[in-house]
Unconditional design. Sequence first.
Length: 154
Amino acid sequence: MSQVPLLIAIAALAGAAFSGYGVWRRRAVSAWPRAMAEVIATEVIERRQHSQRREHFEQQARFLPRVEVRFEVADEPVVTDNRRFDAPPSFTEREAAEAWLRDYPTGKTLEVRYDPHDPKLAQFGPSRIPTRRIGLTLFLLAMAGFALFIYLQG
């Protein structure tokens, strides 16, 4: 009997556990303290990703809009940006990243939730349900179940 389905089931369960932990951690964000933060800077960061195709080697540009904010925790100023908790959205065109940044002009006030143990770890805007990560967790659980079923049938 082949051990491959069992190994796939174990790997998928480990991935589901890791992904599920991320969902659980994200749920805890709703309980974090809130603060009003001021946008102090914005910029578009260009990242080059290497991809190799048959024809040639090329670098694909990705544009990440960065929003830096300032708020106070226990009368101490905290400066952080949107790269610490949620990764900033990634765009293939600079114009799209700049359009996204228009919602965050310098001087705008917005609500943040921050980790009481590390205030630089902050989430901007309303709390969101991590639907992609929940979907990944469910997919990995289904794959583990299917692989285990195949293993037990063999």
